[in-house]
Design a protein. Sequence first.
Length: 255
Amino acid sequence: MHFGDWTVLLAAAAAAGWVDAVVGGGGLIILPTLLLVVPGITPQAALGTNKLAALAGTATAVATFARKVPMQWKVLLPGAVIAAITAACGAAAVSLIDRELFIPLVMVVLIGVAVFVTARPTIGLTMATHPPTRRKVILVVALAAGLIGLYDGLLGPGTGTFLIITFATLLGTEFVRAAAMAKVINCGSNVGALLFLGSTGHILWGLGAGMAVANVAGALVGSRMALAKGAGFVRVVLLVVVVVMVIRLGWQQFG
């Protein structure tokens, strides 16, 4: 690849790290860029290389959030393990799923998310007055990790966004804390998908390592901005990213 190609890929990785750290959805930046810039790359190799970069950025975001946001590690770490297992299963099942039929369903869900967040302007801006019971937190985290982790292995775009909305809606968690929780689960799903794709030879390690460095830089900036600017900032970015994801998936499906 030429110097210009590397510049484009590293810029895309940094932008994806920023978006992922705040609300998720960075895969919609990296994956199309890889397929466009890298000659002959397969969709599986693009997905695997993206997961390598994304894991580095997600782990960085977790470390950054954990310094400022209280984390329920005894609940989140088992959730990350569940997400890793289901994401690996999802990655293994990619060839069995008609992704062209799956994308419209994801678009409908994303549109529903945008409408829901717009219609309820207070969601995610403050913590719930009555915190959920520990049993409810465990149940929601486990189910979200299992189902959304499976989706991450199958398709991926919007995984962090779905996790944030789930935690904000079902647990009454404000957006910054929901983003911190989502990063832990997303870290697990990235590990699971990466292990499977790596074991089947679908990762360009040199390219992925370079993009991982740029992704880390973006994740550091994004997570610090989310902490500094608060839930209102995260809400606005979430809505923008959801709209962009719907447009991008629609173009991919019908363009």
